[in-house]
Design a protein around this ligand. Sequence first.
Ligand code: ZN
Length: 407
Amino acid sequence: MNNLTDRFLRYVQQDTQSDTETGLTPSTPGQMIFAKKLVDELKEIGLVEVTLDENGYVMATLPSNTDKEVPTIGFVAHMDTSPDMSGKHVKPRIVEHYDGGDIVLNAEQNIVTRIADFPELAAYKGQDMIVTDGTTLLGADDKAGLAEILTAMEVLMAKDIPHGKIRVGFTPDEEIGAGADYFDVEKFGAEWAYTLDGGPIGELEFENFNAAGAKITFKGRNIHPGYAKGKMRNSIRIANQFVTMLSRFQTPEHTEGYEGFFHLMDMRGDVESTQLTYIVRDHSRERFEERKKELIHLVNKINNEFGENTCSIDMKDQYYNMEEKIRPVMHIVDIAEEAMKACDIKPLIKPIRGGTDGSRLSYMGLPCPNIFAGGHNFHGRYECVPVQSMEKAVDVIVKIAELVAKR
Ligand SMILES: [Zn+2]
């Protein structure tokens, strides 16, 4: 087994599931344990300036091996896995020479990756597919990225390819939107970087959503139902009215490409009080601002109908579309595209319907497009990654380093 696959299989067995509720960075102790192991490994393969800070951020340097003036670039991946599904006791399995059909993940529990549900997997026929046992996620998001970056650094050293200084950054808590919170851009010291955190082979992304989160609270008044006429105010029903005032088609399940949405993520309440949790997403900054105004407008409408302070909103911007920061330095995307083509990969440039560490980092002064790490079906039991896609990601990293030094 090569270093890349071996690394990946080791990494996914580390429980690094992040947690939205702890308020700590890293949000879970497993991430710090993993970070320490990565530090050891980075030193072992020969990287220098290897650091780990109290928030779990790992950084390291592959020094330049050329006299030429070459800009310092970076590669970034995240150590945590999604809070949506358990990342504990992950039991990865390699399906060698995948036949392009259904994959039985767990015969006992009858958990099967059906090609009817995931037809895109058929393209990997003949390759080696790493899958779960159906009871956890895999964690290719983003342990594939980590394994690829480390392996690429090894390849660069072994092959003696001329390259400039390269910085490596591993972050905690990307999955809970906090991956960039304590990222020290100045200490990282790269002119630009790439996150390896995307899906299928070829993905190259420099546009993502503008994003906000909103908690909307409805206050009611509870009265014995037998005596409620003209007195009771049922906050659940008012919240329900609010929900139906937003277009039912501007939702994740009805939109794609550059279309934005309102996503009702959570609804909980009783007669006295009901809370709705929404996320607001749009690639266009202008439409994003309009969407936020629309929510406030609807809150006011509810208050006009049911009385002042019936409804209140607590809304915060989460991240912005990195396109604004990438356009002025578009050559960094061109280099990645060129590298993919040189590695016989067809670049798939498309807007991310989400965010990445890279979008926040771009606004913090480190322009940071995203490159595929190779996986499919993130955040769930059907997550999988072809070994050959990971190998290609390693090739792309190496080629980028080479191209930057040649310019
Ligand atoms: Zn990820």
